[in-house]
Structures are given as structure tokens and as C-alpha cells.
Design a binder for this molecule. Structure first.
Ligand SMILES: C[S@@+](CC[C@H](N)C(=O)[O-])C[C@H]1O[C@@H](n2cnc3c(N)ncnc32)[C@H](O)[C@@H]1O
Length: 300
């Protein structure tokens, strides 16, 4: 049986979190639970509240009364903390994107390597999937997601092609999508190109960027002074949002200055001026670590 997920930048995240005795930590993306486990192993007197929107992740929980795991989108984490009467927390970890389990389970449709249903839902209980997008979105909507989320230059041509093909027959499988993309791929760049299209669909299906923004903006009220926020991102859209948020304290990147030009109401101290990336050994051992970037900030 393959491993659910090999954690990326684990030591760097745990070191960056500066775990304190008696602290409450939130793991926004439980996955295999390896980040949560490392937090609990680092200090006996801590509590971890964890979330994952994929019900498959729930099977990875082990018995530990210091750990609470919720099957929920992290954009709603505040409701769970309120329910638990937790007003303040001492740190957050968020390891964004998909797990290897999601990527390697053929029928989930996250990978163009398998011929399967166009799905790409992180939460298998959700109604909205990639088949719906491909078969119902207008030309403008398809063009927008391909261009903005996949950074695909040929977005207009591909959107037009999708509409032409689906008028003959619904597009329901990963293979049908890959076939229609083939004429637009430059030789030797197939994998990168398909990965970008699948990334665009995944972001839209799971409303990933809005969920991230919502979670970040809500976090400010819950973080204690001195609490650390460690986020691992895997593409430039996510990383840009996190970078802006740590710099300005809001995901719109708005800075307020007083009459003398000094920044007012700073929210975070940036700990990583440049993001931390995996070292040679981790890159060698885990191909999937190659696009990872860790940013850390401390609540002022
Ligand atoms: C990269 S994996 C996390 C791996 C984890 N750090 C580990 O050690 O196994 C990302 C996980 O976050 C979950 N996820 C992604 N976006 C989410 C969201 N908005 N709310 C809740 N869980 C989310 C995915 O289902 C996936 O299991």
C-alpha cells in the first residue's frame, strides 16, 4: 500500500512554530496527520485542533486526547474554535494543496496520469466537480480560470475548443480533456501543460484561493501575541496571497500609513524575508517537494 502523504518541510515548520508548553495549535490541513503528530511529540502539554475537508484523512487520526480533528473546510475554522470556547491560539500550520493520497487515487481525478472521471473534489461530499465546470461554464468563465489559475497563454483557444467539443458530446473523463489539449502542447512540455490545466480546474472546483483568503483574514483575531503562523504553498498564486498577507495583515495587501508615512497597525513580524525551500536531500527523496515554499510570520 502506498504512503498517504510524505510531509514536506516538516522540521522547518516545527522549528518555525516555536512550540510552547500549554499552547493551543491549529493544523489547518491534517492530511496524514504528520504535522499534528510532530507538534504533539514536541511538547507533552499542548493541544492540537486539526481540520481536513477530505473525509479520507479522518482515518489517519490516532487516539490522543490532546488532538481534535474536524472534517471541515479550514475557511470555517473559527466556528469550531468558538464552539470549543477557544478564544486565542498559539500557532497555526497550513500545508496547502493536495495530499499524495488524493493525487495518487485514480478515481479522484486529480491527475492526468489516469483515465477517470473529471472530478478533482477535495471534499468528495461536495456537489460541484470538474465535469460541471467543463460542461456548463461559459467561454469567458473557462477562459478566466485557465488564464488566471493555470497561467495558460492559449486559454481562449482551449476554452473555444472545450465548447465546440462538448456540443457534440459531454466531456466527462480526464482522457477526453487531455485529448483536446494535445494540439496546444509544445513538444516535451506535455506534463507541465496538463498539470497547469488540472491545477486551474482544482483551484476552481475547491474555491481554493477564496478559502485561503477567508482563513487568513479570520486568523488575526485568534492568534496570541507572539504566535507563529507557518504556511507551505505550492504555486505562485497561493504564495503571492500569503506574502501579501504577512506584509500587510490583509489579503488585499492594503497598507495604512499615518501623516508621517509610518505604517499603522502592523499585524505581523515577518520571520522569513525569503521563503524557506526544501534542501537538496529532501528534493532528492521527494519529487513533490520541489515547488514547496514555507513562509513564517509572528503575530505582533
Ligand atoms: C499537502 S496535504 C497536507 C499534508 C499534511 N501536512 C501531512 O503531514 O500529511 C493538504 C491537505 O489539506 C487538505 N485541504 C486543502 N485545502 C483545504 C481546506 N480549504 N480546508 C480543509 N482542508 C484542506 C487536503 O484535503 C489535504 O489532505
Amino acid at each position: 500500500m502506498s504512503m498517504y502523504h510524505v510531509p514536506i518541510l516538516l522540521n522547518e515548520v516545527i522549528h518555525g512554530l516555536q512550540i510552547k508548553k500549554g499552547g493551543v495549535y491549529v493544523d489547518m490541513t491534517f492530511g496524514s496527520g504528520k504535522y499534528s503528530k510532530a507538534i504533539l511529540d514536541a511538547e507533552r502539554k499542548v493541544n492540537v485542533i486539526a481540520f481536513d475537508c477530505d473525509s479520507d484523512a479522518l482515518a489517519n487520526k490516532w487516539q490522543d486526547k490532546r488532538l481534535k480533528l474536524f472534517h471541515a473546510n479550514f475557511r470555517f475554522f473559527n466556528h469550531f474554535l468558538d464552539y470549543l470556547n477557544i478564544e486565542k491560539i498559539d500557532g497555526i500550520v497550513a500545508d496547502l494543496g493536495v495530499s499524495s493520497h488524493q493525487f495518487d487515487t485514480a478515481e479522484r481525478g486529480f491527475s492526468f496520469r489516469f483515465n477517470t472521471k473529471l472530478d478533482l473534489r477535495m471534499n468528495s461530499h461536495a456537489k460541484f466537480d470538474a465535469t460541471t465546470i467543463i460542461n456548463t461554464y461559459s467561454f469567458d468563465e473557462l477562459n478566466k480560470i485557465l488564464f488566471e489559475y493555470g497561467e495558460i497563454k492559449e486559454s481562449k483557444l482551449i476554452a473555444k475548443e472545450i465548447i465546440a467539443i462538448r456540443e457534440q458530446k459531454p466531456i466527462t473523463t480526464t482522457q477526453q480533456l487531455v485529448e483536446l489539449l494535445k494540439p496546444y502542447v509544445k513538444n516535451g512540455k506535455e506534463h507541465k501543460f496538463y498539470a497547469k490545466v488540472f491545477q486551474a480546474l482544482r483551484i476552481e472546483v475547491n474555491d481554493e484561493l477564496n478559502a485561503l483568503k477567508e482563513m487568513l483574514n479570520k486568523s488575526i483575531d485568534y492568534l496570541n501575541t507572539g504566535a507563529r503562523f507557518c504556511i507551505v504553498t505550492y504555486h505562485s498564486l497561493e504564495d503571492g496571497i500569503v506574502k501579501n498577507f504577512f506584509r500587510t495583515g490583509n489579503t488585499d495587501g492594503l497598507i495604512t500609513k499615518d501623516v508621517k508615512g509610518n505604517v499603522v497597525g502592523e499585524v505581523f513580524r515577518n520571520i522569513t524575508k525569503k521563503p524557506i525551500t526544501p534542501n537538496e536531500q529532501e528534493l532528492h527523496e521527494n519529487q513533490r517537494a520541489r515547488s514547496a515554499k514555507l513562509r513564517i510570520a509572528e503575530r505582533l
